[in-house]
Design a protein around this ligand. Structure first.
Ligand SMILES: Cc1ncc(C[n+]2csc(CCOP(=O)(O)OP(=O)(O)O)c2C)c(N)n1
Ligand code: SF4
Ligand SMILES: [Mg+2]
Length: 351
């Protein structure tokens, strides 16, 4: 594989964020994906979100599985920690890393094949355990990297590029995430950056398992008539429930909220999120309502996008396990092995 090197020099007048970095500092290598692939737009949205939230790149750990989608962490946050795992195994590696050091922001990037087929069990357990992370599935309905076979998220009745009809029921990762206990569940479209960037920002600020299903058309194998993951189909069937006008308490207001009923949702870290409702009847803090709204729109052939569900003050796996706040590599020998008396006391408490 050859790469086109990016120029390393920045123009001195490029705008810097509060931690001193330009947007260029959040980029990675030049993408080798097909021109027009939705995944590249998601990478750009991740760059934008991390830059505008003033997250220093070295405070981020990006992990992925295998697939065109899972290649993308090479194309953003080049100065962050990265781990390209085995196919479908990103969630367990991320869980281990998170347990060892909760101070980093964990960004898991996966594909619909990676998460809904080989990695379905991994996806499920990361959601039910409440691992604090931003879990993004770049959902194109096919295995792009292996030349366009239907994935498990492909809709029943949709057609392949060569006209074959998919007879299997689709796995809806949003429905699964809701049922499994994820505390921030959203869907977006790679072609709608105005919606996607604030959804990623909200997920980064969230205190528990945040899942975003991003419909991301594969221009090589799934962008034709008969596909339900093409740019045209998604644009025509996109039903946005709300828009986040995300506002950090510590920062100045970034934008005037546009018209519509606005609700304010406090976040675990003291920031707050402002959500503008486009569907007045949908309450994004009601998990059962969220499940119903997804099913109801799906039955009409619509693709629901926006913040579908959020539990504002969610807790994560560390809270459930009462783990130490310090990264494990900073603990010394006496802290890791407190001695016979402490062990006897612990054993006695369990008898
Ligand atoms: C254990 C294992 N099984 C199968 C493969 C072959 N393989 C590579 S990528 C992939 C599917 C990728 O699909 P998806 O996660 O949807 O990513 P996309 O390329 O569509 O972004 C498969 C089956 C593999 N690399 N490893
Ligand atoms: S094959 Fe599809 S998913 Fe892979 S880079 Fe090309 S357009 Fe993107
Ligand atoms: Mg795919």
């Amino acid at each position: 594989m050859t790469y086109i090197a990016k120029p390393t020099l920045h123009h001195p007048s490029l705008t810097r964020n509060k931690v001193g970095y330009t947007r260029r500092d959040y980029e990675g290598r030049v993408s080798t994906l097909c021109a027009g692939c939705g995944h590249d737009s998601i990478s750009a949205a991740i760059i934008q979100a991390c830059w505008s939230l003033d997250i220093a790149p070295h405070r981020v750990a990006k992990l992925s599985g295998i697939g065109c989608s899972s290649k993308t962490p090479d194309y953003f946050l080049g100065a962050s920690h990265g781990f390209n795992t085995v196919h479908g195994r990103m969630p367990s590696v991320l869980t281990g890393a998170n347990l060892a050091n909760r101070e980093l922001l964990y960004l898991g990037v996966s594909g619909d094949g990676d998460s809904a087929s080989i990695g379905l069990g991994q996806f499920a357990h990361a959601m039910r355990r409440g691992v604090r992370m931003v879990y993004i599935v770049e959902n194109n309905g096919v295995y792009g990297l292996t030349k366009g076979q239907f994935s498990a998220t492909a809709d029943r009745g949709s057609q392949s590029k060569k006209g074959a009809v998919n007879h299997d029921s689709a796995i809806d990762l949003i429905g699964m995430a809701l049922q499994l206990g994820a505390t921030y569940v959203a869907r977006s479209f790679s072609g709608d950056k105005a919606q996607l960037v604030p959804l990623i920002e909200g997920a980064i600020r969230h205190g528990g398992a945040a899942f975003i299903d991003v419909i991301s058309p594969c221009v090589a194998f799934n962008n034709h008539a008969g596909s339900t993951r093409s740019y045209d189909h998604v644009r025509a069937h996109n039903e946005a429930l709300n828009r986040i006008d995300f506002i950090d308490l510590a920062a100045e207001v970034k934008a005037e909220p546009a018209p519509g009923e606005v609700i304010t949702l406090p976040q675990a870290d003291g920031t707050q999120m402002q959500l503008r409702k486009l569907h007045a009847e949908h309450d994004p803090t009601d998990r059962i309502a969220a499940m119903n709204v997804v099913q109801a729109h799906q039955a009409k052939g619509e693709i629901v996008t926006g913040l579908i569900y959020v539990q504002p003050e969610a807790q994560d796996l560390h809270a459930a396990l009462n783990t130490t706040a310090a990264p494990l590599n900073t603990l010394n020998a006496p802290e890791l092995c407190p001695g016979r008396a402490a062990l006897d006391k612990l054993n006695a408490s369990l008898r």
